[in-house]
Write a protein that binds this ligand. Structure first.
Ligand SMILES: Cc1cc2nc3c(=O)[nH]c(=O)nc-3n(C[C@H](O)[C@H](O)[C@H](O)COP(=O)(O)OP(=O)(O)OC[C@H]3O[C@@H](n4cnc5c(N)ncnc54)[C@H](O)[C@@H]3O)c2cc1C
Length: 364
């Protein structure tokens, strides 16, 4: 029986442990914190389609999202979704459900256990987050750039629409954006992600102080953390695989990592337990997500290059040419290449994308 050691008990680690155990391996997962899922460093927004492809709701969905308001400094557009396209989850409960899934499949979870070389036996899956010790220990190449984030949960918030997320684009939030995600009728997560040298704390003060009406709101808790924006050029070698944020498997338009990370981690666990082939894992996850990750990253880099006046123009032009309607109808929060299947627009867009890619390749 193959032995698999999973380092990190976030969602990616739990998915890797579950699929390795289901594929017949003897699995031990090591998590440095005393409790799985805590502390929380996440806004908890995930596409309904993405979540349902991973697991069924086990009591961790706390809100449904029906529209998104995208605000530049002077303009705004609204993208309505016919269905509840996105869900807000309680990350601590979600992570606990992921861990239960791994244990039910037969994995052993050791909490309060930091990864040490003597604990890493058999095939090692490093799912230990953006500052991966496993990646450093085994000399993996670095991830793409990082953004730093700061987020606060508030209660007693005046919310216009409890099922609408607001995204704030500005050169002050270069790197990612600011967000307000309603978690209930008068509760919300407010946060910001920025690239260095910008400070997430200062950007947050601008967002919470000037852009939002938080006068009567009470802060409940705050969190900070980093998000990698592009995968490492190598995520598996010999008997060591990386998955989730440790590998940089993130959607860099939004910074969301749950869907890509857990899906890839599931593949890592299965390959680790069966063929244990580093090449196979690397090939499999890139075949599924590479095009989308590259498109995410291209769009992210374009957004990062825009000034406030460019962002205003982008939002205004998008509104005039019907982008909100196009996104409402054909958009996919996870897989931007889905727009290439839009009748009439898809083919020329795919052609332009291929030409652009061949002129300015991003290396895997
Ligand atoms: C502020 C913020 C908001 C976000 N919002 C969203 C969002 O709305 N939607 C979304 O999809 N994604 C979001 N993300 C990203 C998302 O949180 C991550 O992509 C996701 O948590 C990655 O899961 P993971 O299991 O790879 O890593 P993590 O969740 O970071 O888990 C890694 C685990 O490994 C453990 N660990 C680390 N080192 C060791 C060690 N040496 N030994 C043992 N254990 C170790 C850690 O304690 C941790 O539990 C957000 C991130 C931030 C920072």
């Amino acid at each position: 029986m193959t032995t698999v050691s999973v380092i990190g008990g976030g969602p990616a680690g739990c998915f890797a442990a579950k699929s390795a155990a289901e594929s017949g391996a003897q699995v031990t997962l090591y998590e440095e914190h005393a409790r799985i899922g805590e502390p929380v460093q996440c806004a908890g927004l995930i596409s309904k389609k993405g979540l349902l492809s991973l697991m069924k709701n086990d009591g961790f969905v706390i809100n449904t999202i029906r529209s998104a308001k995208i605000c530049s400094p002077n303009s705004r557009i609204r993208i309505n979704c016919a269905d509840e396209t996105a869900l807000v989850i309680d990350r601590a409960k979600f992570d606990a459900a992921c861990a239960r899934g791994a244990e039910e499949a037969g994995a052993v979870i050791r909490t309060g256990c930091r990864a040490k070389p003597n604990r890493m036996k058999g095939v090692i899956i490093g799912a230990d987050g953006p500052n991966s010790t496993v990646a450093n220990l085994f000399g993996f190449p670095k991830c793409g750039p990082f953004v730093s984030t700061f987020q606060t949960d508030y209660e007693n918030v005046e919310i216009e629409d409890g099922h609408e997320v607001s995204i704030f684009l500005s050169a002050d939030f270069r790197g990612l954006f600011g967000w307000l995600i309603p978690t209930g009728s008068d509760t919300a997560r407010v946060g910001v992600g920025v690239s260095p040298p910008l400070s997430a704390g200062k950007a947050f003060q601008k967002l919470a102080g000037a852009l939002l009406n938080l006068e009567n709101a009470r802060p409940i808790s705050s969190a900070s953390g980093v998000i990698p924006l592009f995968p490492r050029s190598i995520t598996a070698k010999k008997n060591v695989f990386l998955a989730g944020d440790a590998a940089g498997q993130v959607k860099s338009i939004s910074g969301g990592g749950i869907f890509f990370g857990c899906t890839c981690a599931g593949m890592a666990g299965k390959v680790a337990a069966t063929t244990a082939s580093a090449n196979e894992y690397e090939r499999e996850w890139r075949a599924l997500f590479w095009d989308d990750m590259v498109l995410h990253y291209r769009i992210r880099r374009l957004m990062n290059s825009l000034s406030d006046s460019h962002l205003n123009a982008l939002v205004e032009i998008s509104s005039r040419v019907g982008v909100p309607r196009l996104l409402s109808r054909y958009g996919d929060m996870d897989l931007p290449t889905s727009l290439f299947s839009v009748p009439l627009i898809g083919l020329p867009a795919r052609f332009a994308y291929n030409v652009f890619n061949s002129l300015f390749p991003i290396r895997s």
